[in-house]
Write a protein that binds this ligand. Sequence first.
Ligand code: DGJ
Length: 536
Amino acid sequence: MQTLTLAFRAAAILGLAALTLPAQTDAGLPHLERTGAAVRLIVDGSPFLALGGELHNSSSSSLEYMAPIWGKLVALHLNTVITPLSWELVEPSEGHFDFTLVDGLIQGARLHGLRVIFLWFGSWKNGVSTYVPIWVKADSSRFPRAHDGNGKALEILSTLSDAARDADARAYAALMRHIREVDGRDHTVLIMQVENEVGVLGDSRDRSAVANQAFNGPVPRGLMDYLTEHKNTLIPELRKIWDDAGGKTSGSWLEVFGKGPHTDEIFMGWNYARYVGAVAAAGKVEYPIPMYVNAWLEQPFSPNPGQYPSGGPQPRLIDVWRAAAPAIDFYSPDIYVPNFAEVCAGYHRGGNPLFIPEAVRDQAGADNPFYAFGQEDAIGYSPFAIDSLPDGDTPLAASYALLAQIAPLILDHQAAGTAAGVLLDKKHDQQKRHMGGYTIDLALPGRNGPSADHGAGLILQLGPDEFLVAGRSLVASFAADGGAETGLASVEEGQFVNGRWVPGRRLNGDEILSGKGVLLPAERYHMARVRLYRYR
Ligand code: DGJ
């Protein structure tokens, strides 16, 4: 009742039409659906490709601060803003909820034609527990901390605390109930991220007395049964750890997974997943939209669990998380490392759809979505600190301007299995894809002359002998299967306006390297529609 009262008060302040009558959920509820070759996000009955950007951590804590940011997001051609919501601001004192920010952010997004993905900064954000309300922070006897090997309490709530889990779950459930009430009809809010980059920092596992006891006990039946049942489809890295330790179907954590920090990490993965899964499940009871958990990745300069958050959903831990947290729909990497393609492949496995909630926002950050959407069927992409991008003609604005034109086509071709993507650099300056009877050679321009350092592209097969090539710094050459020579019948540059192809220049001569291939120059993003013919 209190939630409702607050909702009406917020409605009065903000003039939110949708709040005047609590909305019922309907068939257009955001959900994930596999169609053909790809899992897609479906919103209001249609597939949706999230061209996103994540705000700085503190921007959305003030609606006034946000006021000038909205227009900037629109100018960048985003269709989705990813924004934090913190437990401390939603439940400043226990049982008293304040949804002013939730309502204001939804309203701001609606006014600017944007959708929203909320990040629930609850028990943990980047490993630590600085976003929990002060009534949680200050009461470490009710809400115990994780401890390191020296017995020092960390500023990290212990995953073994039922009291903390239940308090977080109550707050998250209240939030989801409120979102259903104000947005269950409009679907401005697409997806929820539950917590942020969880895991123990400073040690490979929680070494509090309660955690030690659990670690010395048997691996829970739920995990053993899951591993046994899914043995043949487990992520290979986890299967190898289990096999190397003897493939036992019961025993202590050390017996089943072997001695070493990797076992501490698996133990933490199980415990974080149980806790976060319970929080997500409580929210889903109220409003069942897709929910995911993101990972701070293991990196070359911090290769040990505890240097990066130990227990978060690294690719090798996804099965452990799935076993413990069935309410979580997918797992996502925050990608700040240069091996973008490798990370994408690590997450786009075993039915896990790829969604990238954080990435760099420079030229590489503008190139990478061509690969993620084309090659790995990503459902969404989002550079971090989007509000720091300068106004005007940034690489990301240009990249999103083009991708926004072809988003519906990308979604269709993901499902049909007729999309591909490529990333090129000096070390990997040529790659091949095979699609619909053609081998497509994709190379950096000027391999024997002046060349660019990086290229990126997305290729869609529009018809039996027709392709759309989009991106920059790329030469695409086509060879038909079966021995006949392949020629370029026509190459048009152009754009899609309201879904209709509007041709620009007819490209020939130097612009198609005298018939050898379609050239997309390095300076800006282009697209070209190519028709092919065969000759002998
Ligand atoms: C990753 C975190 O998830 C973000 O919230 C933010 O703190 C960035 N790191 C900072 O680079």
